[in-house]
Structure formats: C-alpha cells, structure tokens
Ligand binder design. Structure first.
Ligand SMILES: O=C(CO)[C@H](O)[C@H](O)COP(=O)(O)O
Length: 224
C-alpha cells in the first residue's frame, strides 16, 4: 500500500541570493513543506544556514518548515531553531551523544521530533527510539550535498522501517536522489515525505509547479 505523499523541496538547490522569493514561489507551485538543510562543516563537509536564516525565511514559508540539522553537537541549538519557527526539527542518530535526550528536547521545545539515519546506519539504531519520534528521515545519499544519486540499497531500508513503524503515527521521509525515476519505488517501499532539491528546482521558478506535480504523480504511479 502506498501513502499520500508530501513533497518537501530542499532549498539547498534554490537561489541563495533570493531564498525568501524561492519559498514564496514553492508555496505557489504547490509544495507541501519547505525543507531547510542546516550544515555545520563538521558533521558534514558543507556549510549552509543557521537559525537566523530560518527566522528570516519563516514569514515566506507557507505551512511546515522542516529543519534538518546536519550538525554536531545538536542540543545547544534546538531552542534557537524552535524560536526561529521550525515545525519539525530533525537530528541525526550519528550526531550523538544522547539522541534519546535530543529527541525529547525537540518535543519539549514545541516541535515535531525527526530522527535521521545515514546510509551506513542500520534500522536497529531507531528501534528503541520510536516513542520519541514523529518523523524518520532515511538519508538515501550520504549527507552534505544535493544532486547525488540515490543509493539503491536504501530502498530495502525504507521498506524495513515502514514495517517497523507499523501503525504508529510516524512520517517516513526520504532525502537525497528523489527524482521522477526513483519516486515511485520509494513510495512503494513506504516513504510518505519526499525531500527533493534538484528535481524541484531544475528549470527555474517557472518550472517548480510542473516539477512538483510530476514528482507527486510519479510517486503515486500516475502515468505521464
Ligand atoms: O540533505 C540533503 C543533502 O545532505 C539534501 O536535502 C538532498 O541531497 C536533496 O538534494 P537532491 O534532491 O538534489 O538529492
């Protein structure tokens, strides 16, 4: 069974000189969420945004601001991202040192708690954390950069996590290499939130609506 799919464009692929406008264009184009990739140059080999950027973007985002923290340590920054208006804050299992406490702190700050796992991390890592989690993010590429190809072995991981979640109200997100080619198999494996950078932003603002529609239809198995 496939689930209704949420499309969460990653502004990592947007025009950094015009991100407010990019967020407004995404809303007009039918994006469900906006995914903000926060990178610290330490946990991942790239640097992007901080809480001030999130606060500046918040008024330009309709609906859910989905903040993906690729940073270590995490806990000291949760309050700032919550204050900045994040709806979902996702932390990495690998960022440590006490992910259970981190997830509790995210909820205590009034946000939905997301748990991300890198490609090399097995599903056992999340099994004992499900009570603390509102969203599981399967990294389907190694984190740090947009435009990479989906790692095929991650489909099995998505399938296994969907089975593990069972009937819990946990969203299952995939992040990296989501495209017209991969969306259907990811949805069939059980993903219900698709983060997409290149696949949404290619072609510029006039293509966003078309790209989002095509991605949604591909995920749902609607033939072009
Ligand atoms: O978290 C990320 C990288 O760490 C990005 O969200 C992800 O790679 C999306 O980009 P694309 O759709 O181009 O693969």
């Amino acid at each position: 069974m496939t689930h209704a799919v949420t499309i969460a464009p990653s502004i990592l692929s947007g025009d950094f000189a015009a991100l407010g406008g990019e967020c407004r264009a995404l809303a007009e184009a039918g994006a469900d969420w906006v995914h903000v990739d926060v990178m610290d140059g330490h946990f991942v080999p790239n640097l992007t945004f901080g809480p001030q950027m999130c606060a500046a973007l918040r008024p330009h985002i309709q609906g859910t601001m989905d903040v993906h923290l690729m940073i270590a340590p995490v806990d000291a920054y949760i309050g700032a991202f919550a204050q900045a208006g994040a709806d979902v804050i996702t932390a990495h299992h690998e960022a440590g040192p006490h992910i259970h406490r981190t997830l509790q702190a995210i909820r205590a700050a009034g946000c939905k708690a997301g748990l991300a796992v890198n490609p090399g991390t097995g599903i056992d890592a999340v099994a004992h954390l499900l009570d603390e989690v509102d969203l599981l993010c399967v990294m389907t590429v190694n984190p740090g950069f947009g435009g990479q190809s989906l790692i095929p072995a991650m489909l099995d991981k998505v399938r296994a996590l969907r089975a593990l979640i069972a009937d819990r109200p946990i969203r299952l997100q995939v992040d990296g290499g989501v495209s017209l080619k991969t969306a259907r198999s990811l949805a069939q494996a059980g993903a219900d939130v698709m983060v997409a950078g290149s696949a949404v932003f290619q072609g510029g603002p006039e293509a966003y609506g078309r790209n989002i529609r095509a991605l949604r239809e591909a995920a749902q198995g609607v033939m072009a």
